[in-house]
Write a protein that binds this ligand. Structure first.
Ligand code: C2E
Ligand code: MG
Ligand code: MG
Length: 743
């Protein structure tokens, strides 16, 4: 220190203060002030002058440096220094200014306040230095009366405090922006709620344990909740068991009250022990409730408001996202998971379901009739009723609507079994004003037989369901691997049949029919033969059901009729004009709208006498839609075409319907002929023959293999016969030879 500098020391710190109000009790915390001066006396005088000063509730605490170098070190070591009272001239003329540079440039500390003091005006730094280095004040020591010093220090510390808050705010805002961005990534309301609580705790929890909840009305957020009560969507510091439960579950009256008030007033509330916040965007509303130890600072309150504004859009987003995913994964009518979601459920089942779990598909019988007959509205109401009925099974079951009239269900075998499910449909279902009796078919798949992956399992249950729909006795089937093998086999066969049919590998063979009275051939049954490319024959008993199943029977059937007509003409050309041909007709052919016309047309195109063509139908044809079949047959009959009832006695039809059929012949099935000579085994054949006689019909017996059977049939009064005893089915040219030999 230079001698000249001390000349005005007497002026230092003359007590002229009357601002007693700033000398007050502190709160225990301090502001650290660094006094830098090479004159030890200045240190003590300064300290004395500022003793008892309280700034913003805190006392001052002093650190002392006697050179610029010491000062730099101390500032580095004590990051909480808020103010430096700095002598300009110390070991060098600009030692003080070097300290300033060190603080601002080297340490990058813009917050520390600096008051420069110098003994003489001549040592004053240039104005640009004061501006560039953000110096709070520059005073010659003569200017610094005690009052001025106090005021200067007071102002500097206040300014430090402001800078500090702005920095804090900036940091807080940055955190808020980044946490809001993170929240925007979330996709479910629950995840979002949990995320908000986590961010809130990090931003405002001050490192302490926080407990709080995120509440909203459950409808639309929690599955199967349709009331308007408040539900806990997320929690922090409490228990995860509370999540997705009603708010009442949290036995906390204050929380309940605060949340209601928050919703009512649409406002945030801060108190000494709780915070309740209102969150809203796009009509979606939620409230947060936290318990705290002390009231938050104003800055934090403001930041919370900013936080809420920033995250609100995220809340709307997760709702919209949930709606979208609901649309993708939920059935709009029943609000049940849809097919896509059921596949996900089955996926879990195939991977981790318990061994006792069973999955099923339940198909409503004749639902389209209800839809067509009573209208779609009634149909919809029925579906909702079915969903409710199935929902009664057990809380452990998961239900879905996987198709228009197909429901999926999965659960423990004690609930998901034929008895339990079928008994649900014992009573009729409500559909608006009506009560409708409803039957179902069910396909099941147990965990043991489930393949891997949801799509695979759905396919398996579907296979079982399709078989159940076709089964005549029981209305449910459990999936087995063999079924799938069979399906694959069936698909392969159908493909091959289609190709072979288009490549003319189907042939029509003929089995002679003879009159028992004359022993002469009176006709023949046309029977399909399929010879594959490798020369193998595949039995019609195998491929006809496949052709029926695939619909291919319609084209094949057309071909057969035309082929039979050609054959009738060939026979006539060879002098066998009296020999008619019988053709077998399947159910799908009748379902075709122009079936009758197609047959009449064939007889016309080939110029065939209609009575020479006979159609063989089975009783089962009547099961489908008896009146349509009867009407068609009546029309055909009126054109002169002959009708025979094949396999009589083996089907399901009722006699009352049979009476309405315009028949010409009854065919006694082979099964009643085989043992006809055994004691008591001819009764059915006899009954059929008598029935035929009473109805004025010709009766022909099939499957005669032995002469004894023929003799017994003569005794019983049967008219005609067909069987291996006379001839197996034979190709057209061989049939002509047979006729020649039988003349
Ligand atoms: P179906 O109409 O009852 O034909 C009689 C079946 O009994 C024929 O079998 C015939 O070969 C067989 N059969 C005749 N006499 C005897 C006998 O003495 N002993 C034995 N064991 N069997 C005898 P196939 O040709 O295998 O035909 C089986 C079934 O396939 C037919 O039963 C018929 O329902 C169906 N089918 C054959 N061709 C056609 C067709 O063109 N259209 C339709 N829709 N079905 C056909
Ligand atoms: Mg037949
Ligand atoms: Mg038959």
């Amino acid at each position: 220190m230079q001698a000249s500098e001390n000349t005005n020391d007497d002026f230092l710190f003359i007590d002229d203060s009357d601002e007693e109000e700033i000398f007050d009790e502190g709160n225990g915390e301090t502001w650290k002030v660094l006094i830098v001066d090479d004159d030890p006396e200045i240190h003590s005088v300064t300290q004395l002058a500022l003793s008892d000063l309280i700034v913003l509730d805190r006392r001052l605490e002093y650190l002392h440096a006697y050179s610029g170098q010491d000062a730099c070190q101390l500032i580095e070591d004590n990051t909480d220094i808020v103010l430096v009272l700095l002598d300009v001239v110390m070991e060098t003329d600009d030692a003080g200014l070097n300290v300033v540079k060190h603080i601002r440039e080297t340490l990058g500390r813009q917050d520390i306040r600096i008051v420069l003091r110098t003994g003489q005006p001549g040592y004053a730094p240039e104005e640009s230095v004061i501006k560039d280095y953000d110096i709070n004040d520059y005073k010659t020591k003569t200017e610094l009366t005690r009052r001025k010093l106090v005021t200067t220090v007071y102002a500097a510390i206040r300014s430090y405090q402001q800078i500090y808050s702005v920095n804090q705010n900036r940091q807080g805002l940055e955190n808020i922006i980044s946490s809001a961005a993170e929240l925007l990534e979330l996709r479910s309301v629950q995840d979002y709620a949990q995320g908000v609580l986590k961010e809130f705790t990090q931003l405002f929890g001050d490192g302490q344990e926080v407990s709080g909840i995120f509440c909203a009305r459950g409808h639309g957020i929690i599955d199967s909740v349709d009331d308007l009560s408040f539900y806990i969507i997320g929690q922090v510091g409490l228990s995860s068991v509370l999540v997705n439960q009603k708010l009442d579950k949290l036995a906390n009256q204050q929380a309940n009250q605060q949340i209601s008030i928050c919703f009512q007033d649409k406002k945030n509330y801060f108190s000494a022990n709780s915070i309740s916040l209102y969150l809203t965007s796009g009509g979606y509303r939620a409230a947060l409730y936290f318990e705290v130890n002390s009231e938050l600072s104003d800055i934090n309150k403001q930041l919370i408001e900013v936080f809420l504004t920033n995250i609100a859009i995220g809340y709307e987003n997760v709702h919209l996202f949930q709606k979208l995913s609901n649309a993708a994964y939920k059935d709009w009518l029943t609000e049940l998971p849809n097919r896509l979601e059921f596949v996900n459920i089955l996926n879990d089942f195939s991977q981790s379901g318990s061994d006792d779990t069973v999955a099923a598909l339940i198909d409503l019988n004749h639902f389209s009739d209800i839809n067509d007959g009573l209208g779609q509205e009634v149909g919809n109401q029925l579906l909702v009723s079915v969903a409710k009925r199935l929902g009664q099974l057990s809380d452990e079951c998961q239900l879905a609507r996987v198709g228009a009239d197909v429901f999926g269900i999965i659960g423990p075998s004690e609930c998901i079994n034929p008895n339990k499910i079928l008994s649900l449909f014992n009573l009729p279902l409500d559909a608006g004003e009506q009560k409708l009796p409803t039957n179902v078919c069910i396909g099941f798949c147990t965990k043991e037989h489930a393949g891997s992956g949801g799509v695979k399992v759905l396919n398996q249950i579907n296979i079982a369901l399709n078989l159940a729909k076709k089964a005549l006795d029981e209305h449910f089937i459990y999936y087995r691997q063999e079924m799938e093998d069979e399906t694959l086999w069936r698909l392969g066969m159908i493909r091959q049949l289609r190709t072979d049919f288009s490549e003319n590998r189907l042939e029509l063979w003929y089995q002679p029919q003879l009159s028992l009275a004359t022993g002469k051939v009176i006709g023949a049954e046309a029977l399909l033969r399929w010879r594959t490319a490798d020369g193998k024959f595949i039995s019609p008993a195998v491929f006809i059901p496949l052709a029926e199943y695939s619909g291919l029977i319609i084209e094949i059937g057309d071909w057969v009729i035309n082929q039979a007509c050609v054959q009738i003409n060939t026979l006539e050309a060879h002098g066998f004009g009296h020999v008619g041909i019988s053709v077998n007709v399947s159910i799908p052919q009748f379902r075709r709208s122009n079936f009758v016309e197609s047959i009449i047309q064939a007889t016309q195109v080939h110029q065939v006498e209609p009575s020479k063509l006979e159609l063989e139908i089975t009783e089962n044809i009547l099961m489908d839609d008896p009146q349509v079949v009867i009407d068609s047959l009546v029309k055909l009959k009126s054109q002169g075409i002959s009708i025979a009832l094949d396999d009589f006695g083996t089907g399901y039809s009722s006699l009352s319907y049979l009476q309405k059929l315009p028949l010409d012949r009854l065919k006694v099935d082979r099964s009643f002929v085989t043992d006809i000579n055994k004691e008591g085994k001819s009764l059915i054949a006899q009954t059929i023959i008598n029935l035929g006689k009473q109805m004025n019909l010709k009766v022909i017996a099939e499957g005669i293999e032995e002469i004894e059977q023929q003799e017994r049939l003569i005794e019983l009064g049967c008219d005609e016969v067909q069987g291996f005893y006379y001839s197996k089915p034979i190709p057209a040219d061989e049939f002509l030879i047979f006729l020649e030999n039988n003349k």
